[in-house]
Design a protein around this ligand. Structure first.
Ligand code: ADP
Ligand code: ZN
Length: 210
């Protein structure tokens, strides 16, 4: 199954992508994680992306389209994949279509703007493996340490309150039109993000079935 997860920053796309990955055994592909990894490694692409990411803006389409084109050719995508954070603009969605990639389902996780700021300000991430945590809702076993790989947890620069509003604006202007784009194709399902992760997961799994 080839899936796309849509939703505002902090809506919980990454968390649901992990759950689906565990259940269906298909890889979760996060352009955000790939870009952060490139930044951490100081690659040319990482350096180019950094100024956009830190400012809460989108990285140019051609950069992320290139990343995805290459990633989808990997062997582990043969039986399907979950795209988390791509596409984020209409041209990115069109590029995916042009690659001949068939999308079976698009799940849009809806969380009201008022709740986004609190979710993002408490978010902590592991830059090494991409795992995410929350100071209140999803604490690691040991404070400040990644359960998965033991690296230290940090707050993303773009999760600071001053950047969050810019990211939400970017989301509404550039990414939200994708709902219509996929609704017209008939494969969009809307999931209301719940307080408890497990409740959102239950709704997400249901949205995969019907
Ligand atoms: P979130 O979903 O929490 O906003 P991501 O980790 O998906 O965070 O993305 C972080 C940042 O990486 C975005 O704000 C943007 O700058 C960049 N980015 C990730 N995916 C894309 C994409 N498909 N197109 C453009 N920029 C992207
Ligand atoms: Zn880790």
């Amino acid at each position: 199954m080839n899936l796309i997860l849509l939703g505002a920053p902090g809506a919980g796309k990454g968390t649901q992508a992990e759950k689906i990955c565990e259940k269906l055994g298909i890889p979760a592909i996060s352009t955000g994680n790939m870009l952060r990894e490139a930044m951490a490694n100081g690659t040319e692409m990482g350096l180019k992306a950094k100024s956009f990411i830190d400012a809460g803006k989108l990285v140019p389409d051609e950069v992320v389209i290139g990343i995805i084109r290459e990633r989808l050719q990997a062997d582990d995508c043969k039986n399907g994949f979950i795209l988390d954070g791509f596409p984020r603009t209409i041209p990115q969605a069109e590029a995916l279509d042009q690659m001949g990639v068939r999308i079976d389902r698009v799940i849009d996780i809806e969380v009201p703007d008022e709740k986004i700021a609190a979710r993002l300000s408490g978010r902590r991430v592991c830059l090494k493996c991409g795992a995410t945590y929350h100071t209140e809702y999803k604490q690691p076993k040991t404070e400040g340490v990644c359960d998965v790989c033991g690296d230290k947890l940090v707050q993303r620069k773009d999760d600071m309150p001053e950047t969050v509003l810019d990211r939400l604006k970017t989301y509404h202007e550039q990414t939200e039109p994708l709902k219509d784009y996929y609704a017209k194709k008939g494969n969009l399902r809307v999931v209301e993000g719940q307080e408890a992760v497990a409740d959102t997961t239950a709704l997400t799994m249901k949205a995969l079935e019907d």
